[in-house]
Design a protein around this ligand. Structure first.
Ligand SMILES: [Zn+2]
Ligand SMILES: [Zn+2]
Length: 696
């Protein structure tokens, strides 16, 4: 008779096979009321699934008003909502055939064949949502029933939808011993869909729903096959959650760095240069340069040395490191020396010959570097080191090249070439923990300065059941313990994930949460027990014998392209003054104040403020509007009276009205202090204390 173990370790015994709903009821009526499904031994199931044997059980609940909905509950609700939407559309539009409707991370979609005579448009959304509302209000149960394969296939053949027949055939091919349906209500009389499940118990458990968008798709994703309509929607436990999500979607669209870039002109991607190859414009370069200068100061404090290395290296170098030929698909093809190419042309060799000869090392060539590590290793091993020299920390903003599929590239976040703020640390085993901790401290200094408060750390450890890892078990134990300890001392939330280590060592990933609550992986710290063997790295220990150093790869920004892309979205283009490409713009009221305007601009610029002037004939309101769209921190309006008083009338970003005049000297001094403090102080705090609270 089943003995049920609950997540808190509590157990319950039953003298009969028991449904998850019954278990919930036995714990508390409130739990039973809010339960929507269950994980039995880790697998997601319907709430009314019967448990016959001993099992671990986690009940999944959805409570209206809760802040953090359970992802499993949303998954069940969204899959169920896809059924409800499909039923609603079939009621409204005759001739619609259903193809496939899976849940997604933030909603669901349903691919359907829609007759040409009655295409769907966004104007149908309200009607569809209303019809869904009717089905949900009836609170119909999702009722599962099964059929043996033969009977099921006969049923589907009789019904005549080639799409559902195809789905069933695929399920059978994948090893399914029966076919299952979910009826919304009574099997036989109510709407139903061929489906594996699971679902929430009834339609009434779908708290809030929305049809979000339409797209066209093809059957099996094949452009030569049937053209389908993909209808997207989402569902949440309650209206409040849904509203928050819709607001987030709108804001994410407005903050999209590709959209903001049209005004801010931070980067340019040109087909003539190549997809995924980012050109940093002067504006974007200011941002990057400031970030690098800032980081360089911190690196100097931590005893790093900066190095420069070329963008290519010999294939034999990457054969030693293991990057070639193993990761060929994600690399640009090798560059072949001209004499080899000529020689092969004369011999009439094929591409396959060439490829094989490169793999075996019969001919050599060069690779655009996919990683900076081998170059740094060669700097390390160019001299002999004593234990007294360690740790040695080599840093470089090294550009690396990866061949991403063209469908995946776009903007600054998916690129084919990027600058990593890469560093490699060579140290002894007992230095690992301190070095890892120092890397984490750099992350904290960076995020604190940028005002990014929410981030977490993921410690990737070995999978205890796998044998793919290189290096001694004892070394691993030490390094895992060092990473764990560093994360603990560091004091931000962290998780340990078994199986997430690289094959060559444990690692720490930094995950940043932006203002919209989206998570981005930025920096990473990885311990490496592989390359030191491959490159035969040594240092001379106190015993006068050679020893292997531990190698640590680490990056704080990750890729600068990606990081700046994330920053643009995080700040919605309104960079803090120290990062802003244009820090102040002088706006003369009329031609009469032009000379004074230039004088102010030139002087600020000379003193180190990135100041510009709008010397056009436009009216002052128009000039303010243009500058506001550029999100410049300070606009300095100058008229005849300002000229007389050697003053500027300040408008600060985020504050609608003119703050009033201050002397040019005072403004210059305050803005320079703001820039030098990287935002810790502002012009507002001293000169316009009232304005500061409004600036937000
Ligand atoms: Zn389903
Ligand atoms: Zn590396």
């Amino acid at each position: 008779m089943p003995r049920i173990t609950l997540p808190d370790g509590d157990t319950r015994e039953f003298d009969h096979p028991v449904s998850c709903a019954e278990v919930a009821e036995s714990i508390s009526p409130a739990l039973a009321k809010n339960a929507v499904g269950a994980r039995i031994n880790g697998e997601l199931h319907d709430l009314n699934t019967t448990i016959e044997h001993d099992a671990d059980l986690r009940l999944i609940t959805a409570r209206p008003g809760e802040k953090e909905p359970d992802p499993d509950a949303l998954y069940l609700m969204r899959h169920s909502c896809a059924h409800v939407m499909a039923e609603a559309i079939q009621r409204l539009v005759p001739g619609v055939l259903l193809v496939y409707g899976p849940p997604l991370d933030n909603g669901f979609y349903y691919d359907m064949y829609v007759p040409n005579a009655r295409p769907l448009s966004s104007e149908d959304f309200a009607t569809i949502e209303e019809e869904m509302g009717r089905i949900i209000a009836e609170d119909k149960p999702f009722t599962r029933y099964e059929m043996p394969v033969d009977d099921g296939m006969k049923k589907l053949t009789d019904e005549g939808s080639k799409y559902k027949l195809d789905n069933a055939e695929r399920a059978i091919e994948a090893g399914s011993g029966e076919l299952s349906w979910y009826a919304t209500g009574e099997p036989g009389s109510d709407w139903e869909d061929l489906c594996r499940g699971p679902h929430v118990p009834s339609t009434g458990r779908i708290g809030a729903w929305k049809v979000t968008s339409l797209a066209s798709s093809y059957w099996h994703g094949d452009a030569d096959s049937d053209r389908l309509t993909r209808v997207y929607g989402t569902a949440f436990t309650d209206r409040k959650q849904l509203k928050r999500y819709v607001r987030q979607l709108e804001e994410a669209k407005e903050r999209d760095h590709r959209v903001l870039n049209r005004q801010l002109k931070l980067f340019h991607i040109d087909e003539a240069v190549g997809q995924g190859l980012v050109l940093w414009t002067p504006n974007g370069s200011y941002v990057r340069q400031e970030l690098q200068t800032f980081m360089n100061e911190e690196l100097r404090k931590q005893g790093y040395h900066q190095v420069f290395t070329p963008h290519i290296g010999k294939l034999s170098l990457y054969r030693t490191s293991g990057h070639f030929p193993y990761y060929q698909e994600s690399q640009y093809p090798p560059l072949i020396q001209p004499q080899h190419l000529q020689h092969m042309a004369v011999e009439g060799s094929s591409c396959a010959d060439l490829s094989n000869q490169m793999k075996d090392g019969e001919i050599d060539g060069y690779l655009l570097k996919p990683m900076n590590c081998p170059h740094h290793i060669k700097i390390y091993s160019s001299e002999q080191h004593s234990y007294r020299d360690l740790p040695i920390r080599l840093a470089e903003y090294g550009v690396v090249y990866r061949w991403e599929q063209s469908g995946e590239v776009g903007g600054m976040t998916r690129v084919r070439s990027f600058a990593q703020d890469d560093a490699h640390i060579f140290c002894t085993e007992d230095q690992v923990q301190q070095e890892v901790l120092s890397c984490l401290e750099l992350v904290k200094i960076l995020f604190d300065t940028l005002g990014m408060k929410e981030f977490r750390v993921r410690v990737g450890l070995r999978d205890p059941d796998s044998s793919k890892y290189v290096g001694e078990a004892a070394s691993w134990d030490l390094a895992e313990q060092a990473c764990r300890e560093a994360a603990r001392i560091f004091g931000v939330p962290f998780t340990e994930e078994a199986g997430e280590a690289a094959f060559y060592g444990p690692k720490i990933d930094i995950i940043l949460k932006d203002v919209l609550g989206r998570e981005w992986q930025t920096g990473t710290v990885q311990v490496d027990y592989n390359l030191r063997e491959r490159f035969d790295l040594t240092y001379i220990g106190p015993d006068n014998q050679p020893h292997r150093p531990v190698m640590i790869h680490r990056t704080i920004f990750g890729s600068l392209e990606r990081f700046v892309g994330i920053l643009i979205e995080h700040f919605a283009g309104a960079f803090p003054t120290w990062l802003a490409p244009e820090q102040a713009r002088v706006l003369p009221i009329s031609e009469k104040s032009l000379d004074y305007g230039y004088e102010v601009k030139d002087r600020l610029f000379k003193e180190g403020v990135r100041a510009t002037i709008d010397g056009s004939d436009e009216r002052i309101q128009a000039k303010i509007k243009v500058a506001t769209q550029m999100k410049i921190p300070y606009l300095l309006v100058v008229g005849p009276r300002d000229a007389e008083q050697r003053a500027v009338s300040v408008r600060a970003r985020g504050i609608r009205h003119d703050l009033g005049a201050i002397g040019v000297d005072a403004f210059q001094e305050a803005v320079l202090r703001e820039i030098a403090s990287r935002g810790a102080e502002t012009v507002l705090s001293e000169h316009f204390p009232d304005a500061r609270s409004k600036a937000g």
